[in-house]
Structures are given as structure tokens and as C-alpha cells.
Design a protein around this ligand. Sequence first.
Ligand code: DX5
Ligand code: ZN
Length: 215
Amino acid sequence: MAIIAPSLLSANFLKLAEDCKMLDESQADWFHLDIMDGTFVPNISFGPMMVEFIRETTSKFCDVHLMITAPEKYAEVFKNAGANSLTVHIEACTHLHRNIQQIKNLGMKAGVAINPHTPVDSLKDIIADIDLVCVMSVNPGFGGQSFIEHTYKKIKQLSQLIKENNSSAKIEVDGGVTLKNAKAIIDAGADVLVAGNTVFSSADPIATIAELKAI
Ligand code: DX5
Ligand code: ZN
């Protein structure tokens, strides 16, 4: 059974308390929180203050996805805001190993996200040190985009890399996950499914989350 991590990026921010309560009461395992800085990605979402408010609504695992440059400047702030894991983009980190050490030293799980064009191989010297790989199945920046089919191949390559290195990293797939493709994504080797639009544009988000969970 996969870990289901709805992304609040697709929630109605004016009704955030209601949406957080809904997720808290649903079968969602994690809250996926997308942080965008308008520089690394062409969109701005929300920052640590929002994470702090969201944290108060749930005791579930808060999986914070940083789509920002210089994430080292904010690691401690997000820890203090209540993040359980911090995922940084390989494309944004010149000193990725240092970033991972910093996140772990702060007592959080450490993740690395890779954009659609970034080869899985680029993780080979860090895979043993991380808890999560976030495989971007869309170009980051916006919810509601279509799943890039090449991702299946990357998930399989990543499963192999994890095995070869005795890594305990989980494979998270982020972007364009639907009720239609979720099974194929899990079959390819994903452990965690992020879902924004699929959950929040649904007439019955609680039921949709249950359906994803049952796959
Ligand atoms: C994209 C974000 C995703 C996004 C997923 O930049 O990292 O987490 O919210 O949204 P959907 O599921 O709608 O593609
Ligand atoms: Zn995300």
C-alpha cells in the first residue's frame, strides 16, 4: 500500500483550515507542502509561516518540498515551523551533500527531488545517505499538469539504484498523479504518491484519497 501525500498547493487557501481538517480526517498519510520562490520555479506559493499554521492542524507527517534556490538558508526555519522532512532539488544545490547533512543534523528526514530532465544516475553518490527521492513527473511550479510518461522508466531505474546501494530511500512521485495512472506508478516501484489536483478537484476528496489508498 502506497503512502498518500496530498499536496495543499491545490487547496483553496481561503478555506485552508477546512482542507487541512479534511486531510487530517482522511486516509492521507502525509501532508505534502510545496514551497516555491519564484526563482527556482516560475511560481510563488507560500513560506514557513503557512507551514507553522498547517502544522497546528495535524499530527500527520509534513513532507516539505522546497522548490527554492539556496535551501540551506531556510532549513532551520522550516524545522522550527514543524517540517518532518525537507526535500531539496538537486538542480538547486551546488553542495548537495552538505545540504543533506544539515537537514539530518536538524533532526528531519532528508529528501532529494529530481526534475524531469535530471538522470537518476546523478543520485548514485548520495542515494545511501537520503530518506526520500522525489521524482518529478511534471516540470515543477504548478499543480494540475499532465504526467510525463518517461517517469515510469526513471522509477524503475531508481528502484534498481536503491537496491544496489542498500539504500532505504523511499520513491515519491510528484505531479500528474491520477486515479487512472496511480496503479502503474506503484507497479513501477513508487512508495509515495503526491496528489494535488486529483484530490482537490474531486467532488469528494475524502473518497478520492481512500480510492488512492486502496490501490
Ligand atoms: C508541482 C508540485 C506538486 C504539485 C502536484 O510543482 O511539486 O506537488 O502540487 O500537483 P498535481 O498533483 O496537481 O500535479
Ligand atoms: Zn511537490
